[in-house]
Write a protein that binds this ligand. Structure first.
Ligand SMILES: [Cu+2]
Length: 153
């Protein structure tokens, strides 16, 4: 049984490596810092303009078990999208929609990754270099759980 699990882990690791060659993997985890558990482990990600990329919310190792997602937005639209997400608190389907508003300013987003789970989404990085904001829309998280994707030439 233990051998089977070990083989499965090896197979999963190998498939991750194969996929990593296909797309730039942009992975975030909850911060391991117990003083600021409701933040990502990184505040900056980078990728090339127009690259095939994959946003990964790996919700392992969080000090406080809560769902997290990643919502990536166009340059300068973070306040607007955060406000729209906040307005969904009164929506009975808010949780189901992961508090992700319908917005043309959202480039890509993952679903909520529950504690111990991983959610990901593939997308094409913007063609224009710049600082693209990302954050978690679980209620109360976006104040600290945020960062910037630096898209470079
Ligand atoms: Cu969160």
């Amino acid at each position: 049984m233990t051998h089977r699990i070990a083989l499965l882990v090896i197979a999963m690791a190998a498939s991750t490596v194969v996929r990593a060659q296909d797309a730039s993997v942009l992975e975030l985890k909850p911060s391991p810092n117990v003083a600021t558990p409701l933040a990502y482990d990184k505040t900056e990600l980078t990728c090339k303009a127009g690259a095939k990329a994959k946003l990964v919310m790996n919700n392992n190792g969080g000090a406080v078990p809560q769902p997290h997602n990643i919502v990536l937005c166009k340059v300068g639209t973070d306040a607007k999208v955060m406000a729209a997400a906040m307005a969904m608190l009164t929506d009975p389907k808010g949780m189901e929609k992961a508090y992700v508003p319908e917005s043309p300013d959202i480039i890509a987003h993952t679903k909520f990754a529950q504690p111990g789970q991983t959610e990901s989404v593939e997308f094409t990085a913007p063609m224009d270099p710049g600082d693209y904001p990302f954050f978690c829309t679980f209620p109360g998280h976006s104040a600290l759980m945020k960062g910037v994707l630096k898209v470079t030439q």
